[in-house]
Design a protein. Structure first.
Length: 540
């Protein structure tokens, strides 16, 4: 029997969509999506199959088990092309080991055609244990809920995930939350067998190869939202993992037309840069991890194994605004891009040497520079699911969303790839930070009904430290005259941001310290009998 293994994800940064003779697993799910470790009830696995085929089975422990589309054995609707199989919960939960990071491999969903050829699709389960704390869940209504680092909206995405497809869900997100997010992650349940990807909705940076544009309003943002990352398969979502950072990196990399890098847009060509987070081009816009470093031997280079997970290299950090141009070293691209890459073997020169001055000469200097560029980013993670998630499911995805904020290495498991992840803070060398909390931007509410806030509140400015601008948010429970003033450490007032009647609700102001020197400043609010002061740091 011929067997074709269709990898969901091994070292690939993006998920390759294969359609061989039309056979395809379009969507897949477990019922429930996340399985409690102590579950005793059975678990159903479903896969929507398309194309011409003779049978669908699930291989577990080298045994093929029949899947059904006839209304039996857990199948809900006969003849709808959704094939189902029922497992005892312990068949799944007993496989979990520490290195799986709550996502054990279960087996293969296999499509068999008339020629007896098998097409295998790797399937991983998601398991909640007591190591993942149950989070507090707040519910807006019967279709929207949120936790500290996660939003869940009920909806159905049947078509291939695309920028247009997610517009309604982003607009619904902003119905309940202020414009406080630089990026939004979207996880789709049930899973779609397609690539995770990132797209920019706004660019205000010169010198990275992109034109200046702003389409954030189409997604419900008032201008802060910069980009969106789509995760069609939930078990490949982990805020700590390098592939998560890879997608975020596509906000800035690689759009360098007219340079030696244009042959591989949006990834890197065969070059020393490919060892970084953004990886090497596999053609067709797809990218591969390049787990090697290149050691010079004459005009050739020896391919040696890269130790540990990749980090952003100096050129990538420059494009992201986290490193000045004068800190970027020389890099090179192989003239022969069609060489076979084998560990321990040689890649043959000659190479094209490239300096940052060469790139600036073509696309211009990065503006803003690293001295004035944003280094702290706030993200929201949105799960679009066909029903409200359970407390265990909310806690599970909240946990993986929060991992983006970590400042230490942590175990990860992404498909068959396992190891010690270096979250964004580490992979940027401490130059960048991600924040994924969402609750302080929610409207006040009681029970299932959104209400006006009941108390005054002054939030910590964001980002902090900042250069040169930051945002200050505050909440008023009623119509009130409010005044917000900025003071230096000598107690001298340097600016009045607000002095007028303000309606009840949450409000955000922007403070620009362009004409001020570095140092500590204080911002004070007075509204009726309420007064509060907070400290912020301008760091140039």
């Amino acid at each position: 029997m011929k067997i074709l293994v269709l990898w969901f994800l091994l070292i690939m940064i993006v998920f390759p969509v294969f359609v061989l003779k039309g056979q395809n697993v379009e969507r897949l799910r477990f019922v429930p999506h996340v399985i409690r470790l102590d579950r005793t009830e059975s678990v159903i696995f479903e896969a929507k199959i398309s194309g011409i085929f003779s049978n669908v089975v699930f291989e577990i422990d080298e045994e093929d088990r029949q899947m059904f589309d006839d209304g039996s054995s857990g199948d809900r609707i006969p003849g709808d092309s959704i094939y189902s199989i029922t497992f005892e919960a312990t068949e799944i939960t007993s496989r979990l080991i520490t290195s799986d990071v709550f996502r054990p491999f279960l087996g293969y969903c296999k499509i068999i055609d008339s020629l007896d050829t098998e097409y295998r699709f790797n399937i991983f389960a998601e398991i909640w244990t007591e190591d993942i704390p149950i989070v507090k869940i707040s519910q807006f209504d019967s279709t929207e809920q949120f936790a500290s680092h996660l939003v869940n909206i009920v909806g159905t995405i049947d078509a291939y995930p695309s920028p247009d497809i997610v517009k309604p869900w982003l607009n619904r997100l902003y119905n309940f939350f202020d414009d406080d997010f630089d990026f939004v992650n979207v996880i789709i349940l049930p899973a779609h067998r397609s690539n995770r990807f990132h797209f920019a909705v706004k660019n205000e940076i010169d010198g990275i190869g992109l034109s200046i544009f702003d389409t954030s309003d189409l997604y419900g943002s008032s201008g802060r939202l910069k980009g969106i990352s789509i995760f069609p398969i939930s078990f490949f979502f982990d805020g700590a993992e390098y592939a998560y950072q890879h997608e975020l990196g596509h906000q800035w990399i690689n759009f360098l037309n007219g340079t030696p890098f244009e042959i591989s847009i949006p990834h890197w060509p065969l070059s020393d840069l490919a060892s970084g987070v953004m990886g090497i081009s596999a053609g067709g816009g797809q990218g591969l991890r390049f787990p090697y470093e290149l050691i010079p031997e004459g005009e050739n280079y020896r391919v040696t194994a890269l130790q540990g997970e990749p980090v952003f290299n100096d050129f990538e950090l420059y494009m992201m605004g986290l490193l000045p141009a004068d800190s970027v070293g020389m890099h090179f691209v192989f003239e022969d891009q069609d060489q076979t890459i084998l560990g321990g073997e040689l890649l043959l020169g000659p190479v094209i040497e490239i300096t940052i001055a060469d790139i600036i000469g073509i696309v211009g200097e990065r503006i803003p520079s690293s001295e004035n560029s944003q280094s702290q980013f706030r993200l929201a993670t949105l799960v679009v699911s066909d029903s409200l998630l359970t407390p265990e499911e909310m806690s599970f995805y909240n946990y993986f969303s929060k991992r983006a904020e970590l400042r230490k290495p942590v175990l990860f498991s992404s498909g068959f790839s396992k190891g010690l992840a270096k979250p964004f803070y580490l992979s940027t060398g401490g130059r960048g930070e991600l924040f994924t909390h969402i609750t302080d931007s929610a409207l006040g509410f009681t029970g299932n009904k959104i209400q006006k806030p009941s108390t005054f509140h002054l939030s910590q400015n964001y980002p902090n430290p900042f250069n040169p601008s930051t945002k200050i948010s505050f909440t008023l429970p009623k119509l009130e005259k409010a005044k917000i003033e900025i003071y230096n450490t000598l107690g001298q007032k340097v600016k009045t941001l607000l002095n007028q009647q303000i309606k009840a609700g949450q409000h955000t102001l922007e403070f620009n310290g362009q004409n001020l020197s570095s140092g500590i400043y204080f911002y004070r609010i007075e509204a009726g009998e309420y007064m509060d002061v907070k400290k912020m740091v301008l760091l140039r």
